[in-house]
Design a protein around this ligand. Sequence first.
Ligand SMILES: NC(=O)CC[C@H](N)C(=O)O
Length: 196
Amino acid sequence: MVKIGVLGLQGAVREHIWAIEASGAEGIVIKRPDQLAEVDGLIIPGGESTTIRRLIDKYGFMEELKKFAAEGKAMFGTCAGLILLANDLVGYDEPHIGVMDVKVERNSFGRQRESFEADIDISGVAENFSAVFIRAPHIVEAGENVEVLAKHNDRIVAARDGQFLGCSFHPELTDDYRLMSYFVKMVEETKSKNFA
Ligand SMILES: NC(=O)CC[C@H](N)C(=O)O
């Protein structure tokens, strides 16, 4: 069974652990950088990206997260987590972790639509997936090796760049585990590749 960490600094952490365990992997809340060595894949949850970033710096996570990515391990950013993984952010000079080849805009669905639910098709993953968007970002541009997995209103809301998966919405807030199961498979694949 693969072990998947959830960065436990802020945001929807516990719900991700339940979803991981319902998808056939072991979930571990990551509170300290040295715990990253224990896991095969990592989820960066939704929350507030600026707050999570502040805590990443405060607890010395940044170099370790970059190392985790450089080791080829799978990472999944949901909502604020997607903002943290992106290598380009609209309106910012510098990205945060900056490992996924996408340009992301924050809070980009408009004020009147702060939160909403939409049925989306996620290519190769799930049809009629009920996606919960909360002050959600979207992917403005995807690099050439990035696979666009889902769109909502012509905006990219889920994508995969090799070992990196990102989505605008909160898959952990519904009991539909199809996207999480897809990530568990990604972790299994990257793990066997990294050991080969
Ligand atoms: N639900 C979320 O994760 C919201 C993301 C938040 N609006 C941000 O910019 O970080």
